[in-house]
Design a protein. Sequence first.
Lengths: 301, 301
Amino acid sequence: MTKRAKTDRNGLTEQQYLEKYNPGIYERPSVTVDMLIFTVMEQAQNNYRKLSEKSLQLLLIQRGEHPYLGQWALPGGFVSVDESLEDAARRELFTETNIDNIYMEQLYTWGEVQRDPRMRVISSAYMALVDRTALNVQAGDDADAADWFKVSYDVLEASREDQANGYKQEQRIRITLTNESTTLTGVVKITETVQGHVRRVEREIAENDGFAFDHLKMIQYAIERLRGKVEYTGIIFNLLPPLFTLSELQRVYEIILGKELLAAAFRRKIAGSVTETEEFTKDAGHRPSKLYRYNVNQDLN
Amino acid sequence: MTKRAKTDRNGLTEQQYLEKYNPGIYERPSVTVDMLIFTVMEQAQNNYRKLSEKSLQLLLIQRGEHPYLGQWALPGGFVSVDESLEDAARRELFTETNIDNIYMEQLYTWGEVQRDPRMRVISSAYMALVDRTALNVQAGDDADAADWFKVSYDVLEASREDQANGYKQEQRIRITLTNESTTLTGVVKITETVQGHVRRVEREIAENDGFAFDHLKMIQYAIERLRGKVEYTGIIFNLLPPLFTLSELQRVYEIILGKELLAAAFRRKIAGSVTETEEFTKDAGHRPSKLYRYNVNQDLN
DNA sequence: TCAATAGTGTCTATTAGACAGTATACC
DNA sequence: GGTATACTGTCTAATAGACACTATTGA
């Protein structure tokens, strides 16, 4: 008698059980995926000598329907019963960017009851990182008004309150997204409560001007994660073209981490994860820079 | 006219739209939570001088019904439409441990189509860490046969295959869970594919003796995450009683990381995150050890 | 007294931070 | 030639690894 031929208390084998199985009529939540698609873009400079400035950009879609009509939301959609979460995320990603084979990872699943005023929706957020030079098709040419927004992330204040056997710490983070015509802004309040040795973190939207649903929270969370992972993985190379200069790489680190780095230390640190090529930049208005590629065979540290 | 009084293409305000909204009859997946509840237990030694050995333990439940009748699964259950994901996880956690206020974090959401032979089920896994001394009620006294299993985690082999423009790396990890009467074992194959700069990681169950569903994958993932987070957060203190010795703390690090640490360096490293007390261990059969508590006001690094 | 663990001191190797200094194309 | 960036050398401070050494209890 094999394992699968075991019978349950009703004398049914697994096969018999499954044939009779009725999934029931319990009310079920809808499940969606929301995509945080980041890229790095550069703005041309007026001074021919200066390097073009870079900025982190996020793709948003303006809602043409209720709820949150007119506000901006992350691209996303429902997960059908016969597709995996990841397939749904890839489908959405392809719909928006027209490219396949993009770096993507699951971020977090949001499951509050009142996230969506229409009905119960649980949403898995996925973060994708795209090399701008690979984006052949501009967002915004499908029915939705999709556009890239420049991301800015500022820690406003952090307060701390000691309590019996622990403390409570609040942090406010202002997130501002801008494109040519629109500025969206909001504040996420992050509360960290420590009681004994139990630590709990809560995120709350404290201010919101233009973001649909709880998407501002997702954006804040994604940037936080991106900042963290950039330090101990090679995730950042997904935002860069195959060949890049070390200065370029450093800039991208800087805009993600929100702080300046020293070139000498930076170069030492990433030396192991890049390989130099024989190529150089040209027409730079200053000393040319050697081009490197991601040394895929070696991780950071 | 306020933002919310905007009307859509049918001339409806948001309120009117929501009143008429019909969620439709699309087939929806079921959503569950699965709990990875870890603790650290000690086995008494026969030599009065020796310290008791510690081990990492995971709570499992033996299935009394199809599918996977007789096999062991993570505790978990369905998320109802009127409770948040986190509430569902806390409910399950309380059901199993009878304690509230336990450290818990969302790990990952598994969304393959065929995860459950009965129907489409999407499951969010949550990891909880419990201090064994706080566990007043033994698992196993409810209807289910729940029990703690000692966890062992071994990297079997890692192979690498270079490919055009990237590589493919395979790693096999054997996970063995044992309690007094049962040994469960299995192998998870982790495939990391790098193509250009797109990195993709897949987990697959290569061998499975006794684990229900895809829970072996979840267990492997949880341990991997636990190992990672132990290095840069204070998460480990959730596994320890309020007062502990530095040797104890070091042992817990060692069993989680699966390697030995040097005492001197270890003490220097964690010095900032613990505070010494005036208390000592007693009747140890050797030099007593000072007791410390988690210095909640200061993080690692 | 001695087994077993607790805890410290110090040398060395490695790495991060700071900053000055040199190198180089292109207008 | 001068500007803006590319890239390197080196001093210093901080940290991790290694390991020997001292300290302390209870049977």
